[in-house]
Ligand binder design. Structure first.
Ligand SMILES: Nc1ncnc2c1ncn2[C@@H]1O[C@H](COP(=O)(O)OP(=O)(O)OP(=O)(O)O)[C@@H](O)[C@H]1O
Ligand SMILES: [Mg+2]
Length: 236
């Protein structure tokens, strides 16, 4: 019997409209993601990989179709509920890190936990969260850069900080958009190694967009987007 997928997209459509021009991007995407999978999404530039990741992570809404988390629909939740679910369920990492420039490493890592927290809650939980933040920073190999601001870090170090930040709220699913796209091959391989450890040791489900074919080959499954749909695997 089939397991209920952790995340399932059905018939996803998304069209961007700009200056009265409609750009259809997704035209019926079907995708099931099982718990513990490490999936890579590939496809030509502009085919809609980032768009799909944003929809899956409820950062944006599809025009048609639905997205379910363990069978429960999540794409049409009211704003606040969606924000709450997103914060608790998904971690995001991006090609350009998106760290806050005025925050140091520890503050950046703690920022998603602070956003959802009242002052009172922060007073009660702050110490625990700080400890968790420091553990995560150690885990990603950045323990010696706690007080550094992003501009004082290398690209690989910024991505490590961004990974620690993505994990602070204990997400079930990590969505990574070209996490090695801006790094040299060796640093990219280190960052990928970190993601693979999180997947294998911690069972974290990862959906990663990448152009790096060496990395793609080491993930559990490859999903190819073309013409706004997931290509069906060709029989060999
Ligand atoms: N906010 C937006 N408004 C209008 N058009 C958009 C918007 N975001 C993306 N697009 C268009 O939608 C298409 C898909 O964009 P998307 O960023 O999902 O592609 P991608 O597969 O991630 O590409 P890349 O590999 O270059 O990152 C592109 O043609 C892009 O120009
Ligand atoms: Mg993209």
């Amino acid at each position: 019997m089939d397991q209920t997928p952790l995340l399932a997209a059905r018939d996803l459509h998304k069209t961007y409209r700009k200056n009265a021009i409609a750009v259809p991007v997704l035209r019926g995407v079907e995708l099931d993601v099982q718990p513990g999978e490490f999936l890579s999404i590939v496809g030509a530039s502009g085919c809609g990989k980032s768009t799909l990741l944003h929809l899956l992570g409820t950062l944006d809404k599809p025009d048609q179709g639905d997205i379910r988390l363990e069978g429960r629909r999540i794409d049409n939740l009211p704003g606040e509920q969606r924000d709450h679910l997103r914060n608790a369920t998904f971690g995001f990492i991006f090609q350009f890190y998106h760290l806050l420039p005025e925050f140091n490493t520890l503050e950046n890592v703690l920022s998603p936990a602070m956003i959802g927290s009242s002052v009172l809650n922060w007073l009660v939980q702050g110490r625990t969260l700080k400890r968790r933040g420091m553990e995560l920073i150690e885990r990603v190999g950045l323990g010696h850069r706690l007080k550094h601001k992003p501009r004082e870090l290398s690209g690989g170090e910024m991505q490590r900080a961004a990974i620690a930040r993505a994990l602070i709220n204990r997400p079930r699913i990590l969505l990574a958009d070209e996490p090695t796209g801006n790094l040299d091959a060796e640093t990219g391989a280190e960052i990928f190694g970190l993601l693979r450890d999180l997947n294998q040791q911690d069972g974290l489900t990862i959906i990663m967009v990448t152009h790096n074919l060496d990395i793609v080959a080491e993930t559990d499954r490859i999903v190819r987007l073309a013409q706004g749909r997931v290509e069906q695997p060709q029989p060999v």
